[in-house]
Design a protein around this ligand. Structure first.
Ligand SMILES: Nc1nc2c(ncn2[C@@H]2O[C@H](COP(=O)(O)OP(=O)(O)OP(=O)(O)O)[C@@H](O)[C@H]2O)c(=O)[nH]1
Ligand SMILES: [Mg+2]
Length: 240
């Protein structure tokens, strides 16, 4: 049976009680900018339950195609990827974390300094959606900066043609909107949702472009309203 998303009121309460506005003081939200090339470095992490397709999304994004074999990530994998968006050059540090519960302790080591995350669920696995809140909590607790933006990806949409019991886009859209109403009023960033398929490539590039925009917009806001928490570091590691 597909579990629906009626419990979001409860989950949103949890967000508010865990992170009241007054508690929001990230230590640093720097983006490293290499002046000569005007390149922004962003640390992005991929999280979500085991087997939802995080590694497949990363591989597809890097142009490495798709494999139907499941090789669980052990701990974390790291790659660099370049993106260009609105005349800005972005260099992503993409950290693909292991989703299996047994890697929880190892995983914690890789959150530090992340600017944003993809929280991936598998539209054919309703549990992966109900676990979104668990991942948000881990993300915000472990990254060292407090509440940071994320994009929810509903992956494996290609399976919808062949399987029953999938999660529909509207449910995930509602989850993102529900969380957004809280994050926007408290922290001035919104959460977005995108349906993806690592198998067909649907929305994979768009997802990375969207997350870059989210980081840039959030940083702009913080720079204006909380300038003490924002720094831009040049390629020589000088704060500029
Ligand atoms: N049909 C379909 N299968 C997918 C898609 N993405 C991933 N898969 C399959 O799902 C399985 C798990 O994919 P992975 O990318 O290894 O999952 P993961 O989230 O990295 O898993 P962990 O590393 O254990 O956390 C593999 O068999 C993939 O081929 C997709 O978009 N469509
Ligand atoms: Mg993996």
């Amino acid at each position: 049976m597909v579990r629906k998303t009626e419990d979001w009121a409860e989950i949103l309460e949890y967000f508010i009680s865990s992170y009241p506005l007054t508690s929001y003081r990230p230590v640093d939200v720097s983006i490293v900018q290499d002046n000569s090339q005007e390149e922004y470095l962003m640390k992005i992490i991929l999280i979500g339950d085991g087997a939802v397709g995080k590694t497949s999304i990363r591989e597809r994004y890097l142009g490495h195609g798709f494999s139907s074999e499941y090789l669980p990530t052990l701990g974390a994998d790291f790659t660099i990827a370049r993106e260009s968006i609105r005349a800005k050059k972005i260099r992503f540090q993409v950290w693909d974390l292991a989703g299996q519960p047994k890697f929880k302790n190892v995983r914690r080591m890789y959150y530090g300094g992340a600017q944003a995350a993809f929280i991936v669920c598998d539209v054919s696995n309703p549990d992966s959606m109900t676990h979104i809140v668990k991942w948000v909590s881990e993300l915000w607790k472990q990254n060292g900066r407090g509440p940071i933006p994320f994009v929810i990806l509903g992956n494996k949409i290609d399976l919808r043609q062949t399987e029953e019991g999938y999660i529909d886009d509207l449910s995930l859209q509602r989850v993102a909107e529900g969380i957004s109403s809280v994050t926007y009023s408290n922290f001035r960033f919104r959460i977005s949702y995108l349906p993806t398929s690592a198998k067909t490539g649907k929305n994979i590039t768009k997802a990375f472009q969207q997350i870059a925009l989210q980081v840039i917009t959030h940083r702009r806001y913080l720079r204006r309203y909380l300038p003490e928490v924002v720094s831009v570091i040049s390629s020589e590691n000088r704060i500029i």
